[in-house]
Write a protein that binds this ligand. Sequence first.
Ligand SMILES: [Fe+2]
Ligand SMILES: [Fe+2]
Length: 164
Amino acid sequence: MSKTEKDLMDAFAGESQANRRYLAYSQRAEDEFLHGVAKLFRAIAEAETIHAIKHLRTAGKVKSTKENLEDAIAGETHEFMNMYPEMIAHAKEEGQKSAEVGFDYANKVEAVHAQLYKQALADPENFPVQDYYVCKICGYTAAKDIPDVCPVCGANSKAFFKID
Ligand SMILES: [Fe+2]
Ligand SMILES: [Fe+2]
């Protein structure tokens, strides 16, 4: 890997994290009724996304949709098969309950994500445009209908928001 290729991926990682960090900061600013600051964080978060996607494309990491689905399946599968189980074990070992719960939610939801991507990969041309609902507590992702109760975290249907 050339220096520039590595730089592109480092910059992608940094900009991606800045995007999510600023969104978290924006939510905090809203909680503090600092709406002007919240909006500034949201605006700059969007700009960081522009940077992140440009770096990723330039690095040649955005391929055909079939290849991207395969990559997404591999990533989600790695997370729920290897990464999160290890992290859950560490959190248990160290008595970090809140980290354990967060890892456990993500672990269960990544398996669902892998499944959804597999369905899409099986027949991308005929994969329907359908409604999705995401649980704001755990990230559980439901297709078509809102569950009465989140199967991962037990939240009620009000915890779900619809994807545009
Ligand atoms: Fe996921
Ligand atoms: Fe949930």
